[in-house]
Design a protein around this ligand. Structure first.
Ligand code: XMP
Length: 521
């Protein structure tokens, strides 16, 4: 399905105008495989959105240019100075709009034909004088427009290739995009690199283009919602989907009350100010805390948070009009493996219930859009950087969906969450200031349930112990405790006990995984 959506302000190098040929998508695909950014657009694509493109290809189509109601385009586009290649119907239309004559051919050509090159052309550079091409046409250009010359002929059409070299307007009667045309790839290459001077995309830009095309093909004109947390995976997926479908995407950010210090502000800055996404903020702190009241078992807390999240999301999504059909999720390959759901359908043991996989609100009847599902974390990070996410966002440590609720051991209360938030902020700040964040997979604090005795000044203090955890790992399937410098640990302990009055004791977790998991619950 052609999309009218230019990718978030950046015009692709080549626009393929679709005049209804069965091969239109194939043209785009061929160019993509050459490493060129390309977008298939309807033939009615507006003039003001074209400038910035390095070249335009006019596809074939089922009409005859002289028929009433035949698919056409603005003539002004031909005057913009952008190189144009018309293929089959595209060439006939080009000739017709430029004042040439197109008529029914007495001998139609379908299938193979031999092309004879008649004179030098940038389009055929490096090719032999004669080769086999694939034709599919009943009309032909009978009279060339002013300024055009004939550059090739074929068995049944004398004007098999024409051009106005000065204005960089080219027409070919055959289809270079089909595999039966010999040197089709070279002709397209000559046009995009030789004439249009396109730059070859690097691997990551190519991946972005591929993902964008997939998203557009799946979503069409429907609407998508995305639950964004400010974490790397959901931010990358939101940025990618937004680049593919623009305003058809709406994001929702849920504050569950179990986020870290400053998290809502940072997420807002990233999503709204840096990525320019449309985000609906929902403060559901009270709802989550009410649901968690009196619950101390970790797995139950996880289930409750997953359930409440879906409820909040459901209510907020219903307020979005027109109604979305897709839910975009930042599921990456390791999530699929960890959540005991593999693509081959095999089940592995569930250690903890991750609510970001398999937690789709069924009654919303949304279809899942998971464009990162086949990617690994390092690829997602590269994608993020290429999409404009800052380094700090791309290298953020993972944070679990249930948030601090599984780092407060036992019952979760607002007071305990606030205490943990302060201690955790100190741990993060000190480790980041020490320049160690990139060496660690995760580093955070856990608040224990039972108070212990301490002394402050000359007073007895009865307060919570906090655990500092910092782990090294490449994939977190296994991990080891980080050998943090003693001075840093000492400084952390001093700062936490001085700045957070409800904490009197700081412990450091020296358990590897296995047997200890990363999260304490
Ligand atoms: P464990 O505790 O199993 O955690 O060693 C492995 C990794 O997964 C993260 N984690 C979660 N992430 N939703 C998430 O998005 C969850 O429910 C969840 N539980 C654990 C954990 O932080 C670590 O990176």
């Amino acid at each position: 399905m052609p999309s009218t959506q230019p990718s978030s302000g950046k015009i692709p190098a080549i626009l393929v105008f679709d005049f209804g040929s069965q091969y239109s998508q194939l043209i785009a695909r061929r160019l993509r495989s050459l490493g060129v950014s390309v977008q298939l657009v309807p033939h009615t694509f507006p003039l003001d959105k074209v400038s910035g493109a390095k070249g335009i290809i006019l596809s074939g189509g089922p009409n005859s240019v002289y028929e009433k109601g035949a698919a056409t385009m603005s003539r002004k586009i031909l005057k913009l100075g952008i190189p144009i290649l018309g293929i089959c119907y595209g060439m006939q239309l080009l000739a017709h709009l430029e004042g040439g004559k197109v008529q029914r051919s007495s001998k139609k050509e379908y299938g193979p034909a031999t092309l004879e090159l008649l004179q030098k052309s940038r389009l055929f550079e490096g090719l032999p004088r004669s080769f086999s091409v694939w034709m599919s046409h009943g009309d032909q250009v009978a009279q060339l427009p002013k300024g055009f010359v004939q550059t090739a002929s074929s068995t049944n059409s004398s004007n098999a290739a024409i051009e106005d070299k000065k204005r960089k307007l080219y027409g070919i009667q055959f289809h270079p995009e089909v595999e039966h045309t010999q040197y089709g790839k070279e002709i397209l290459q000559n046009f995009v690199f030789g004439v249009c001077k396109c730059k070859r995309l690097n691997e990551i830009d190519n991946l972005i283009e591929k993902k964008i095309e997939e998203i557009r093909n799946v979503v069409g004109k429907e609407r998508v919602i995305c639950a964004t947390s400010g974490g790397v995976d959901s931010s990358v997926v939101a940025a990618l989907v937004s680049k593919a479908i623009g305003n058809q995407l709406a994001c929702i950010f849920v504050n569950s009350g179990t986020l870290r210090k400053g998290e809502t502000r940072e997420a807002r800055k990233l999503l709204q100010d840096t990525l320019h996404l449309k985000v609906k903020y929902v403060n559901a702190e009270t709802q989550f805390l009410r649901a968690l009241k009196g619950v101390s078992y970790g797995e139950t807390k996880r289930k409750i948070i997953g359930r409440e999240f879906i409820r909040v999301f459901d209510t907020s999504a219903r307020g979005i009009k027109p109604a979305p059909s897709f839910l975009a999720q930042g599921t990456i390959h390791s999530d699929v493996v960890e959540s005991a759901r593999t693509d081959t359908g095999k089940k592995t043991q569930t250690i903890k219930s991750h609510h970001n996989v398999g937690g789709l609100p069924k009654k919303l009847r949304l279809r899942l859009l998971e464009p990162l599902r086949d990617l690994f974390k390092d690829e997602v990070r590269q994608l993020g950087l290429a999409l404009g996410l800052p380094e700090s966002a791309v290298w953020r440590q993972p944070f679990p969906g249930p948030g601090l609720a599984i780092r407060v051991v036992g019952e979760v209360t607002k007071q305990k969450l606030d205490i943990l938030r302060e201690a955790d902020a100190i741990v993060r700040e000190e480790i980041e200031n020490a320049g160690l964040s990139r060496d660690l997979y995760q580093y955070f604090a856990i608040l224990l349930n039972d108070k212990t005795v301490g002394v402050r000044g000359d007073q007895r203090a009865y307060a919570y112990p906090v655990v500092v955890k910092a782990v090294v790992s490449s994939d977190i399937m296994t991990s080891d405790w980080a050998r943090l410098p003693y001075d840093l640990l000492s400084h952390l302990s001093w700062r936490i006990t001085s700045e957070v009055p409800q904490i009197t004791r700081v412990l450091y977790d020296i358990t590897p995984k296995p047997p200890g998991t990363t999260e304490w619950e």
